[in-house]
Design a protein around this ligand. Structure first.
Ligand code: SF4
Length: 482
């Protein structure tokens, strides 16, 4: 256990993040005490006590990065995190690949600097000096920021928006899942009711955004292919008849789990303007599929992929997770070899994040004896395989409690990158989100962001659908966000 003593809790979130990155899984308790020092961490395990003092005189006056946080506070925070990082690094003998960065959107930093006209070398120097990021992650985030900037040039942020539709049902619950997921079997009799509620939301968007340009559509979940072929057909048809698709750059359906995909469903999707689908194996190791609660085989993944290709889907993403229970470096290598044979158009590599609400966390004693390791070597294996397939990294994000304290990276062939994924990460455009548990994000001129969420509980969502629509109306009406 780590006892953290703070004389001011305003940076508690960041300090915790950094401690968790150095000491994953350690419990942290916080006590606020008036004192000269700003932070004191009692590291019971190593028998160390770390005290970081901070005074106004030590403020780094050269930091210019504007992130919406008042510059002075940003500088204080950066300075404090560097001091703490150096102390923790000394205690553990370790450096972190992302330095002091603990947020989920590290590419926003190089993107902000490059947009302001900074040169690449200046951006790299700023990241290394301010956040102590290692050379690999600095280079990766700049490469991605540049690619994102190129892809986002096609968008008219002021007049455009994106649409998300969440289908929060799955055949079974994966071991690591912390998303809004409900058993598809139990909800089957009420799926029509769910669709009708989504259609009411679509009708609101159709009216409220009639003067705006729809740029991307993403049907996610959960598992959208838990809908029947007929229901998928109606949902996609309803979207197509409700909106002008003249400015549409991308239409994704996250088909997701192979155990929910059938030829009939793929044919239904194919009849519409869908440009990109996702078939997500997570791993190509049979034993692991069983451990994580997937009721399908590796052969099912291969069969479904070939079936989709044969039907003409020419932009297929495959999601992977590194650090799954019992998997090691050789398993990752074998999974990548299998993917290389399939030749998908996108590969999204996630590092396992152990979420509080997941079965993996709740049943921790059953799994803690298994390896759950991700490291730079495994990340490199996936990167090399993606590059061998002709792909480049195009988006990146991080989560709390990630295996190896690394990142999630999306790779794509030229012209096949998922634009919606970039928009979600870089927060440049409003995203109107429909369905239980979805979060609408309004991006106002100047970059201010506000959210309106739909309740997660499906029963509540169905009962309170008018309120969900009203929440969006209030968000977008008061101040025209787009
Ligand atoms: S498919 Fe995704 S949403 Fe569904 S249970 Fe697995 S992790 Fe959760």
């Amino acid at each position: 256990m780590i006892r953290l003593i703070l004389n001011d809790t305003s940076f508690e979130y960041d300090i915790r993040g950094l401690l968790m990155a150095f000491y994953p899984g350690e419990e942290i308790t916080v006590k606020e005490e008036p004192a000269d020092r700003i932070v004191e961490a009692d590291l019971t395990e190593s028998g160390q006590r770390i005290t970081v003092s901070y005074s106004d005189n030590s403020r780094d006056k050269t930091e210019q990065y504007a992130s919406g946080v008042p510059a002075e506070r940003q500088q204080q925070k950066n300075q404090l995190k560097r001091l703490l990082y150096e102390a923790l690094s000394k205690d553990t003998g370790r450096q972190l690949p992302w330095g002091t960065l603990t947020g989920i959107r590290p590419t926003k930093i190089p993107m902000g600097l490059l947009e302001q006209g900074a040169r690449e070398e200046e951006t790299a120097r700023y990241m290394q000096e301010t956040y102590l990021t290692g050379p690999e992650k600095t280079a990766l985030s700049i490469e991605i920021a540049k690619r994102e900037m190129g892809l986002l040039k096609q968008l008219d942020y002021e007049n455009g928006y994106s649409l998300y539709v969440g289908i929060p049902f799955c055949p079974t619950t994966c071991l690591y899942c912390s998303f809004t997921s409900n058993p598809a079997g139990a909800w089957m009799p009420r799926m029509e009711e769910y669709l009708e509620a989504v259609f009411q939301e679509i009708d609101y968007v159709k009216e409220a955004f009639r003067d705006k340009k729809l740029n991307t559509v993403y049907i996610g979940g959960g598992t959208p292919t838990t809908l029947t072929a007929g229901q998928l057909d109606r949902l996609l048809g309803r979207i197509e008849e409700s909106f002008s698709l003249e400015h549409l750059l991308e239409f994704t359906v996250e088909a997701g789990r192979p155990d929910s995909i059938t030829a009939e469903k793929l044919e239904a999707v194919r009849r519409h303007r869908v440009s990109r689908i996702s078939i997500n194996p997570q791993t190509m190791k049979q034993e692991t599929l069983k451990i994580i609660g997937r009721h399908h085989t590796v052969e099912d993944i291969v069969d479904v992929f070939h079936m989709a290709r044969a039907m003409g889907f020419d932009n297929i993403n495959m999601d992977l997770i590194l650090g799954l229970p019992g998997e090691g470096t050789e398993d990752v290598r074998r999974t990548m070899e299998e993917l290389k044979k399939l030749k998908p158009d996108n590969i999204t590599v996630h590092s396992l994040a152990i979420k509080r609400a997941s079965r993996l966390n709740l049943l921790w004693e059953q799994y803690e004896h298994m390896d759950m390791v991700n490291n730079q070597e495994q990340m490199k294996i996936t990167e090399n395989a993606a590059r061998e397939l002709g792909m480049s990294p195009y988006y990146l994000y991080r989560q709390k409690n990630m295996a190896g304290n690394l990142e999630n990276v999306g790779y794509a062939l030229p012209g096949k990158a998922g634009i919606y994924n970039i928009l979600i990460m870089e927060e440049k455009q409003s995203i109107v989100a429909l369905g239980a548990g979805s979060i609408t994000k309004a991006v106002y001129p100047g970059g201010r962001i506000e959210r309106a969420d739909n309740v997660k509980d499906v029963n509540q969502y169905l009962q309170r659908i008018d309120e969900m629509i009203e929440r969006k109306r209030r968000l977008f009406d008061g101040e025209r966000a787009l």
